[in-house]
Design a protein around this ligand. Structure first.
Ligand code: NDP
Length: 399
């Protein structure tokens, strides 16, 4: 019987709240807190059991600490924005509460996608006897656990990793992002980095393209190599990796809009002065775009996210592919959300469950692949994200 405070009432926050509410035997009390409390109340109204809601500015450590001291939760699930990670970690330390998130800390003024700021909290959490679990979404999150599971059960040594994130869903808008537009656009416009022979190699954004055919008739999609934060932790925790790459599918229309918006400066993160006011172009753009949490009823099609690992077992080379396929409309039926928020929110709930059940509890700051993948993988099958594993004869995205 445990109490959680969920911070952030956006697309992902909605799913996490639904999924936690479905498991009263684990999450016996739920508080959903966010900057705009009416969004918390709207989510609460969709649920079959009562939860508490609260208004909080998670940038303000003192305000959040007061809320945590009042509520005394066992765990904070941070699904606000990456900008709040450090202030929420500080408040957790001040109030003596465990911490979980789904995205690495980002400074407002530079797109970095680095763990160093959060890894620097290792000693503080250890000394406080508190656990911080980083990156418990889908990617990062499930993809890290998939990699750990494959390394544990299929290989003596893993050498190559390709994380492939295909969204075959269509929301009918010429341009919209499936999760927070600011974070999404920062991610896809950043320079690409991939791991090659013990180093990160930098290439221009979207400069490497491949074609990937998903299993189970999901379709064939153009995927683009890009940097994604789990590459940093996975190459650190699996040092035998000689190459690691992350790929994401994008449609023609999305890329064309992004190119034009980039060319005219609308994706910039530096403030500009406009009629006496400081405006950050990408934040203004966010205000114009559809809210990702409203895409649920319109999005049709499937996501297919998985990892391909090459390595050695008993002296022989092998290739293993582990993936999940999820239908956007099925997600909408269950939790009134599209599959991108769903595939992030379910692993956040499962990571929280692992911590609250004591399966993943160890003072310090940990990336998700550092814990035993088996109980998490079992729960993925139970709580809406079933996966399959297949051995491949060949695999090549360079061809
Ligand atoms: P949204 O923009 O839909 O939601 C963010 C929520 O956080 C909003 O409700 C917002 O409040 C709230 N918020 C923002 N700032 C504060 C603050 N200072 N104090 C309190 N609340 C605040 O984002 P998503 O739900 O799409 O994404 C949530 C997180 O999940 C992000 O960190 C994102 O990077 C991560 N993510 C991770 C993925 C993964 O697979 N690992 C995939 C997709 C997302 P308001 O409503 O007032 O704006």
């Amino acid at each position: 019987m445990s109490k959680v405070v969920i911070i952030g009432a956006g697309g992902v926050g909605g799913v996490v709240t639904h999924k936690c509410a479905q498991l009263p035997e684990v999450f016996s009390e739920i508080v959903l807190a966010s900057r705009t409390e009416k969004k918390c109340k709207a989510i609460a109204a969709q649920l079959e059991r009562p939860i508490k809601t609260a208004q909080v500015d998670a940038d303000n450590v003192a305000e959040l600490t007061t809320l945590l001291e009042q509520e005394k939760p066992d765990l904070v699930i941070n699904v606000a924005l990456p900008y709040q990670d450090l202030t929420i970690m500080d408040a957790c330390l001040a109030a003596g509460v465990d911490y979980l998130d789904t995205a690495n800390y980002e400074p407002l003024d530079t797109a970095k996608f680095e763990y160093k700021w959060q890894w620097a909290y290792q000693d503080k959490f250890k000394q406080a006897g508190l656990t911080a679990l980083l990156g418990s979404g889908f990617d990062p999150g499930a993809t890290n656990v998939f990699t750990a599971y494959i390394a544990k059960h299929y290989f003596d040594e893993i050498h190559e990793l390709d994380i492939i994130d295909v969204n075959g869903g269509d929301h009918g808008y010429p341009f919209a992002t499936n999760f927070n537009p600011e974070i999404n656009i920062r991610e896809v416009t950043a320079e690409c980095r991939h791991w090659e022979n013990d180093n990160f190699v930098t290439t221009p954004a979207m400069s490497k393209k491949a074609s990937f055919t998903c299993p189970e008739q999901v379709g064939t999609y153009s995927i683009y190599r890009m940097y994604h934060e789990e590459l940093e932790s996975l190459t650190k925790h699996f040092p035998t990796l000689k190459r690691a790459q992350f790929w994401m599918s994008f449609g023609e229309s999305y890329l064309k809009h992004l190119e034009v918006l980039g060319n005219v400066g609308m994706t910039g993160i530096e403030p500009i002065e406009f009629q006496g006011q400081q405006i950050v172009p990408i934040q203004f753009l966010k205000a114009l775009l559809p809210d990702p949490s409203t895409l649920g009823p319109r999005t049709k099609g499937k996501t297919c996210i998985g990892v391909v690992v090459k390595g050695i077992k008993e002296g022989k080379e092998k290739i293993v592919y582990l993936y999940n396929i999820k239908d956007h409309q099925d997600c909408y039926q269950e939790v009134q959300s599209q599959a991108i928020s769903y595939t992030t929110g379910v692993p956040a709930m499962i990571g929280a469950k692992m911590m609250l059940e004591g399966k993943w509890k160890q003072p310090g700051v940990w990336n998700i692949e550092q814990f035993d993948p088996d109980p998490f993988m079992e729960d993925m099958n139970k709580y809406g994200l079933p996966w399959k594993v297949v051995e491949l004869d060949s695999f090549d995205l360079d061809g």
